[in-house]
Design a protein around this ligand. Structure first.
Ligand code: C2E
Ligand code: CA
Ligand code: CA
Length: 576
C-alpha cells in the first residue's frame, strides 16, 4: 500500500483462466477505481495464470486478489497460496452460487466468493472493504497478542521473535548485542503498601523511562510482572556496557529523592560472548539477574560461565540438602580448644561436615548458606545439637568435662521453639547445660536485640554459654554486649593470621583481649597455626586458643584417643 496526501492507493491483482474472463475482471476493477470517492484508490494489474499470480502475491505488494479460475484450479491455487504463507485477501469468482461450490473454496482459504453473474463493481467494492476490515481486526488482535496492554511495550512473545531477527542481523554484520533483564526491586513492596494502582503507575513510568533513554533501534519489552527485557547494540570490547547499565538503573531510580523512581536489578548476557542461542542468552541474563538479586539487588552484573556453574550447583545442592540427614551424609567433627596457661583441652568446637555422593565433601561455608536459604537449617541445626549433646554426655561418662561449642545460625531461632527444644535435649541426655556453648556471630546478636532478648534470657537461665563468633568482623558498635549475657569472645582468624608480624592486627587483638577481660568474658583466639602466634597470645593474656597447629577438626574417636593419651593435660600440644 502506498500513501500519498493521506490518500491510500491499493493494488488489486486480477487472476483469470482465459483472456475473456480476465478482461471482465479488469473492467470491473477499473470501474471500481472510478467510483472510489472517499475510499482508497484501487489500481489493478493482472496475471495470466496461477503460477504467475503466486509469484506476484509472494512479492508482497498486492493488497487483494480477484480470482476467476475453474473450480479445481481455484482450489489448487488457494491451497498453494495459503501454504506458502500468503495472507493477502483472496476473492474468488464462482460460476455456480450453490453451496457445494463455494464452501470448499472458503475452506481452502478464500476470503470471499462472488457469483460470476452477480459480479458488479459495487459488490466487489463491498467485499474488498469487508476483507480489509477483517484484516484490520486481525492485525489488531495480533497486536494485542504481542503487546503488554499496560505499558504498550512488546510482550515476551514478540520480544523473543524480534530477538531472533536481531541476532541474525547482528551475526551478519558482526555486531555485539547486550540482552538485559531488568527487575524492579521495590515493585512488590510498593504494590503491597500503596496498592495495585500505584504499582501499575510505577510500571508505566518505568516503561516510559526505559523507552526514552534507549535508542529507537533498541528493543524494550515487558516480559512479566516487574520484569523488562532490553536488547541493545554494544561495542565489541564491552567498554560501554557498564555505563549503559548504570544509566538504566539511575534512570529507573529517578534523579533525586523527590523523584518517585524505583530501585532495580539488572542481569546482562552478551551476544555472541555468552551465547549465540536466543533462548540461552535469555537464560544467561536471568542467571546474572538472580545473582544480583541474591546479593541484595540495586546493581547490575554480566553473565559469565562461572556464575552458571555456581548457581546450578547451588540449586542442586539446595534440593539435595534436606535429605542429607536421612541419607546419613552428615557428620560432625570436634576441634579442640586449649587453655593457654594450663595447655589443657577445655572443650571443642563442633563443625558440621557434608559428604555428598554428588558433590563430594562440601564445605559448610557453601552448604550452610544454602541450608539457611531453604529453611533446612532448622532440622540440620537440631540434628547437630543432638549429636553434640549425645557426645558431650559420653565424654562426661568417660570422665572428661568438655565444653562443646555449637555454631548456631540466626535462622534457627525462627519458629520460637529453639530454647524449648534445647532444654528438652539437655534433659533427655542428662547433660549439664554449662557444658554447652552456642557460637553466634555479631550479626545474629545485633539483628535480634529486640526480638530475642527473651530467648537469650531463657538460654542463660538454662545455663548454656553464649560466645560471639568471628568477633571483630561485623560491627563496630559493641552495645549489644551489654544487652546479652555473653560469656566468651572468639577473635576472628583473619586477625590472628597476620600475627605477630602485623602491628595493627597485634594492637587490635590486644585491645579485644583487654576489653573482653574488662567485661569479664573469656577470650578465645581461633585459627592459630604457628608457635609465634601462641607466644604473642600468651604474652597478652588471651585465655584460649583453637587452630590447626594444636588440633585439627577430628572425629569423636580421634579426640577420645587424644584425651586418653594425655589424661587431663596435653603437654605436647605445643612446647612450653
Ligand atoms: P567458624 O565458626 O569460624 O569455624 C571455624 C572454621 O575455621 C572451621 O572451618 C575450621 O575448620 C577452620 N579452622 C580451624 N582452625 C583453623 C586454622 O588454624 N586455620 C584456618 N585457616 N582455619 C581453621 P569449617 O569447619 O570449614 O567451617 C566453616 C564455617 O561453617 C564455620 O566457621 C561456621 O560458620 C560454619 N559452620 C560449621 N559447622 C556449622 C554448624 O553446625 N552450624 C552452623 N550454623 N554453621 C556451621
Ligand atoms: Ca564458630
Ligand atoms: Ca569463627
Amino acid at each position: 500500500m502506498n500513501e500519498d496526501d493521506g490518500h491510500s492507493t491499493l493494488h488489486l491483482l486480477c487472476v483469470a483462466q482465459t483472456p475473456q474472463r480476465r478482461r471482465r475482471l479488469e473492467a470491473c476493477a477499473e470501474k471500481l477505481a472510478d467510483s472510489a470517492g472517499e475510499g482508497p484508490d484501487w489500481h489493478s494489474s493482472s496475471a495470466p495464470n496461477a503460477r504467475r499470480a503466486l509469484a506476484i502475491l509472494g512479492a508482497g505488494w498486492v493488497d487483494a486478489a480477484l480470482v476467476d479460475l475453474d473450480q479445481q484450479p481455484a482450489l489448487d491455487f488457494l491451497q498453494q497460496a495459503r501454504n506458502s504463507g500468503i495472507v493477502t485477501p483472496l476473492l474468488v469468482v464462482t460460476a455456480d452460487a450453490a453451496a457445494g461450490h463455494w464452501r470448499p473454496l472458503l475452506e481452502a482459504g478464500a476470503d470471499e466468493f462472488l457469483p460470476a453473474d452477480e459480479l458488479t463493481p459495487l459488490l466487489l467494492e463491498r467485499s474488498l472493504r469487508l476483507c480489509s476490515r477483517n484484516q484490520a481486526l486481525e492485525s489488531r488482535l495480533e497486536y494485542l497478542a504481542q503487546h503488554d496492554m499496560l505499558t504498550g511495550l512488546p510482550n515476551a512473545r514478540l520480544f523473543e521473535r524480534q530477538l531472533d531477527l536481531s541476532l541474525h542481523t547482528a551475526e551478519r554484520h558482526g555486531r555485539c548485542m547486550a540482552l538485559m533483564c531488568v527487575h524492579l526491586d521495590e515493585f512488590q513492596a510498593r504494590a503491597r503498601s500503596l496498592g495495585q494502582e500505584a504499582a501499575e503507575l510505577l510500571l508505566k513510568q518505568s516503561a516510559r523511562r526505559l523507552r526514552a533513554l534507549l535508542r529507537r533501534s533498541d528493543l524494550v519489552a515487558r516480559s512479566h510482572n516487574e520484569e523488562f527485557l532490553l536488547l541493545l547494540e554494544c561495542s565489541a570490547d564491552l567498554s560501554d556496557l557498564a555505563l549503559t547499565a548504570s544509566r538504566i538503573l539511575e534512570t529507573l531510580a529517578g534523579r533525586d529523592a523527590t523523584d518517585d523512581g524505583c530501585r532495580a536489578s539488572l542481569g546482562i548476557a552478551v551476544f555472541p560472548h555468552s551465547s549465540s542461542e536466543p533462548r540461552q542468552l535469555l537464560d544467561h541474563a536471568r542467571v546474572a539477574l538472580n545473582q544480583v538479586r541474591d546479593a541484595g539487588g540495586n546493581d547490575f552484573r554480566l553473565y559469565d560461565e562461572a556464575l552458571e556453574v555456581v548457581s546450578h550447583r547451588r540449586v542442586l545442592m539446595e534440593s539435595a540438602l534436606p535429605g542429607a540427614i536421612q541419607r546419613n551424609e552428615l557428620s560432625v567433627r570436634f576441634q579442640p580448644r586449649f587453655d593457654l596457661r594450663t595447655r589443657r583441652i577445655t572443650g571443642a568446637e563442633v563443625l558440621l561436615r557434608w559428604d555428598s555422593p554428588d558433590f563430594g565433601a562440601v564445605s559448610p561455608e557453601q552448604f550452610i548458606p544454602a541450608a539457611e536459604a531453604t529453611g533446612a537449617i532448622n532440622r540440620i541445626g537440631g540434628w547437630v545439637l543432638e549429636q553434640t549433646i549425645r557426645a558431650g554426655r559420653q565424654w562426661l561418662d568417660a570422665g572428661h568435662r568438655l565444653r562443646l561449642a555449637v555454631n548456631v545460625s540466626g535462622g534457627q531461632f525462627r519458629g520460637g521453639e529453639f530454647a524449648n527444644e534445647l532444654a528438652r535435649l539437655l534433659e533427655a541426655h542428662g547433660l549439664p547445660a554449662e557444658l554447652l556453648e552456642l557460637e553466634l556471630t555479631e550479626g545474629v546478636f545485633v539483628a535480634n536485640v529486640a526480638e530475642h532478648r527473651d530467648l537469650f534470657t531463657h538460654l542463660t537461665a538454662l545455663g548454656v554459654g553464649l560466645a560471639v563468633d568471628d568477633f571483630g568482623t561485623g560491627y563496630s558498635a559493641l552495645a549489644y554486649l551489654r544487652h546479652f549475657p555473653v560469656h566468651a569472645l572468639k577473635i576472628d582468624r583473619t586477625f590472628i593470621a597476620p600475627l605477630p608480624a602485623s602491628e595493627d592486627d597485634g594492637a587490635i587483638v590486644r585491645a579485644i583481649v583487654a576489653m573482653g577481660h574488662a567485661l569479664d568474658l573469656r577470650v578465645v583466639a581461633e585459627g592459630v597455626d604457628s608457635i609465634e602466634q601462641i607466644r604473642f597470645l600468651e604474652g597478652i593474656g588471651c585465655d584460649e586458643i583453637q587452630g590447626y597447629l594444636v588440633g585439627m577438626p577430628m572425629t569423636a574417636e580421634e579426640l577420645n584417643t587424644r584425651l586418653e593419651q594425655h589424661p587431663g593435660a596435653s603437654e605436647d600440644a605445643w612446647p612450653a
